[in-house]
Design a protein around this ligand. Structure first.
Ligand code: ATP
Length: 438
């Protein structure tokens, strides 16, 4: 079947456009081979296609990218995708190009000639690119903003999608100062719908994202963040003879499955990876202490299944798109429920049964409490870091401890803690006059 875009409709008349579910499903089927939309995808797509701003909370692996990829195919004009990681952009663009969808990215890693070609296309009468991926840093430059304004004035900008939108919020677990600069988008490009996407379910973050981006009466969509295909388990380090052996046995007994093991310290990544390799498990360490070349070769080997297990610090994660991660282990307790949700959520993005195994020990608990307190002391010396921020970090961590030390069904406990946290914060801090769908 020949793949086609929908008949062109002028970007300028976009606000009145209505797209039927069947039309959009056809695009999904033709271009991506999926038989139907998942979770809140359809609502998000219809919201932005009708010209509305939208805040969309979907779980890790929930299919957030479809929420801007389908609009790019449905509408004339360009969808600008703002993404925090160059590796993630490269990956998505390569996948889209393979499918024959005109996508590109602009980044410092490209040679000048490639960048120039993209700019020439953007300046041409009829740009061919449908999805343009850029970093928040680029958007903050005067040169690129001027280019965006020109596209906007010519009616060629159909949507701005902001991936990992929680990075804009200091309340999020991944705050990035460059995201703050995106707050000027709304005033500069007034009528282009903005779609903010995240898997971070904290109301304070949601409120912050919506306010910082000045979203106008946004459609707010929240899919359930329960990851039904992940089995959650906690193992007590103090009851095990050797945690390293336990992990090796877990991996061996599961077959040679794709796995990530998160450790707090680089030295543990190296040690544990050596131990696993000596036990016949194909593994490598990944952390910020390795040279760039080494890091990308480990990533490539893991993405192409040359190695199955990566033993990593949390430097390995955001935007890593391998669908069939079957096990995510935490060798040390994470610092918060949100961090745990994101990290464990890298398992089972293909929706097949997967496992999260957390190794918990009292020493680790004390170590993390020490780190969180110490971070407070360090920051308060150099800036106006507030006491409440440190209290928050320790309170967040205490929930992680509650999860680890409690008994009964981990899934229930995990999602109850996350939900309570959200409801509690919702009541305290969230007054929203918008179209909210849960
Ligand atoms: N409607 C659908 N039907 C089947 N598979 C889908 C559908 N939508 C997306 N997918 C697949 O789900 C996987 C995850 O999608 P995507 O990378 O967009 O997730 P994400 O929400 O961005 O996750 P993360 O927050 O972890 O980055 C991809 O392999 C994608 O092809």
């Amino acid at each position: 079947m020949k793949k086609a875009l929908l008949p062109p409709r002028a970007a300028s008349s976009s606000h009145k456009q209505m797209f039927k579910k069947e039309e959009l499903e056809k695009l999904l089927e033709q271009h991506f081979g999926h038989s139907g939309f998942r979770g809140k995808q359809l609502e998000a797509i219809q919201a932005v296609l009708s010209g509305r701003d939208c805040f969309c909370l979907m779980p890790t692996g929930g299919g957030k990218s479809m929420c801007y990829q389908i609009p790019a195919l449905a509408k004339s004009g360009i969808v600008l995708v703002i993404s925090p990681l160059i590796a993630l952009m490269e990956n998505q663009v390569a996948v889209l190009k393979k499918k024959g969808i005109p996508a590109d990215f602009i980044s410092s890693t490209q040679d000048a000639c490639t960048r120039e070609k993209i700019h020439e296309d953007l300046d041409s009468g009829k740009p061919s690119v449908k999805l343009l991926y850029v970093t928040p840093e680029l958007v903050a430059t005067v040169r690129f903003m001027t280019k965006l304004k020109k596209l906007y004035d010519r009616g060629l900008l159909s949507l701005i999608a902001i991936d990992e939108a929680h990075c804009i919020s200091t309340w999020g677990h991944d705050f990035r100062p460059s995201y703050r600069k995106l707050s000027s988008l709304r005033s500069q490009l007034q009528n282009v719908p903005i779609l903010a996407l995240t898997a971070t379910a904290v109301p304070k973050v949601e409120k912050d994202v919506i306010q910082s981006l000045s979203l106008q009466q946004p459609t707010i969509l929240r899919a359930s963040f329960n990851r039904a295909n992940i089995f959650y388990e906690v193992r007590y380090k103090d009851l095990l003879d050797s945690v390293y052996n336990d992990i090796a046995n877990l991996l061996k007994s599961s077959g040679n499955v794709c796995s990530i093991i998160y450790c707090l310290e680089r030295s543990t990544c190296n040690d544990l990876s050596d131990h696993l390799s000596n036990n016949g498990i194909s593994s490598a360490a990944y952390h910020a202490g390795l040279k760039n070349k080494m890091r990308s070769s480990v990533l490539d080997d893991w993405l192409s299944s040359k190695i199955q297990v990566v033993v990593a610090t949390v430097a390995f994660g955001m935007g890593i798109d391998r669908q069939d991660v079957r096990i995510v282990c935490h060798y040390n307790i994470p610092k918060s429920m949100e961090a745990f949700y994101q990290e464990s959520g890298r398992a089972g993005r293909d929706q097949l049964p997967s496992r999260s195994v957390l190794y918990y020990g009292l020493d680790d608990r004390s170590k993390m409490e020490f780190i969180l307190r110490n971070a407070d002391v360090k920051k308060s010396q150099s800036s106006s870091f507030s006491d409440s921020t440190s209290k928050k970090a320790l309170a967040d961590f205490s929930q992680m401890v509650e999860y680890s030390e409690g008994s009964g069904c981990r899934r229930k406990k995990f999602f109850k803690l996350l939900e309570n946290r959200c409801l509690h914060q919702f009541v305290k801090s969230h007054v929203m006059h918008a179209n909210i769908q849960i």
